[in-house]
Write a protein that binds this ligand. Sequence first.
Ligand SMILES: [Zn+2]
Length: 349
Amino acid sequence: MARTPDHESRTSGSVARAEMAPRTKHRSSFGAVASAVILSISLVGCGIGGVMLGEATSAEVTKHARWSYAGKDGPDRWAELDPHWSACSNGRTQSPIDIAPAKLLKAEWLEELRFAYKDTKKLEVLNNGHTIQATPERGNWLNYDKVWYELKQWHFHSPSEHTLVGMNTDMEVHFVHAADANRLAVIGVMLKIGPDNPILDQFWDSMPAEEGKKGEWSGGFSILDALPDNRTFYTYKGSLTTPPCSETVTWIVMKEPVTISKSQVEKFKGLFKGNTNRPVQPLYGRVISESVPGGMDGGHGSGAADAHGAEPAAGAKPAAVAADSYGAAPAGAAAPAPSAPAAAAAPKY
Ligand SMILES: [Zn+2]
């Protein structure tokens, strides 16, 4: 796809339109603010087709149909609810999927995940009617396959959306990262009932019960502690799991689950009517790659190097990403550490 300094503009107009024709040369005259707003909306990830609405107060978004996880506006009707959502039924790289050994390609050459997360001190916790979405302060970065992605938000599904050999786990959390509006990387972590999850505990009481309400949480924890110690993963090309079902997501599904207590699951479920997961979608010949321990450098555990926002090893710095893909970033956006990326890691837009 064309990489130009004004690539953000391609998403102007509406998220859905941008998603429907991500490779077109469409340019819009929307200003930087509009671009930023639309970008933020499109980052609702697999979750949240409408959630940033309150913030954006955008007619672009409010004109979209309401959707749900069941009944007449449930997943098998999403494509009919809005012309911008046709990928939900026509798409051939949709998510979630079932992950099973027979479909896996063991890939020792997969790159490890490199994290440059900082300690989280403040979260906005939103009930968007479909899930609870936690938005941290800016400045948390993931590098995967030579691309820097910034963490935008995380949110939950119950039960899990991805299945392992046909089995759901109790919940799944999605950490939504973006390089730009058309390149997302979402880390999915399965949550399985067991011991209480101390990270979730920290803000579980901040979850607003009412749709559209935001809560604030402050404290301090490392997001990396919310990930499993073993960071081997499955990866495949997929989509948002909510309308507009945009096929812009590199999925990274952690192999190992983390635990969540039964009462934590029940508290989440109590906020929503019924399940909040889209059913698994056909693979249509896609390959699911599986990282294997021998192919990783042990990025396991929350080593000091990556646990606290230390500089990533390969010299790759988020600076160039910020400059290039967030040229129209919203005011107050934190610029990542200002140093030159290694040539190999410098993103080209
Ligand atoms: Zn999701």
